[in-house]
Design a protein. Sequence first.
Length: 187
Amino acid sequence: MKKDDIRRKVRAEKSLLSPDDKAKAARSVFSRLEELAAFMMSDRILLYHSLPDELSTREFIDKWCERKRFFLPRVNGVGLDILPYDRSTLSLGAFQIEEPQGDETVSIDEIEMVIVPAVAYDRRGNRVGRGKGYYDRLMKDSKALKVGVSYDFQFFDEIESEEHDVPVDIVITESQTYIMRNNRPKH
């Protein structure tokens, strides 16, 4: 399926969700993430600060921010800087996303797990983002475990991918955890 078609389909599905549906889905997905041994063993985790149409990360961040070292991205031109999460330094940045401020950036090499936002994922770990390529550029040389989180309806059998696209290692939806190995999911 073409990326633009997927974006339209997912946008339509998201528009039907109630606030309760969104909250329930986020709790389910992040509960599944917490059950992963890789999450329990990871200390330095890069995740996103959610937009209104994404699975909310706020409750998850609040729950774990004292026990894990969370980092958030900040848009810097065509790239992303990685900064420690500190609620007191957040301000609206590019695309109206709350981003950390300051100069204390870290390298992607210091991150053990990346929780990746996307419009959609497929059975090989390919993802459809918002079309700017920020995460693909950030993750292209990263050895961190890449975990996609999504609603069930954001998971497709196959989506088109391009050479520069960086797949994720795991996709977690409300009802399944898919582990990608050799381009074939195991769940």
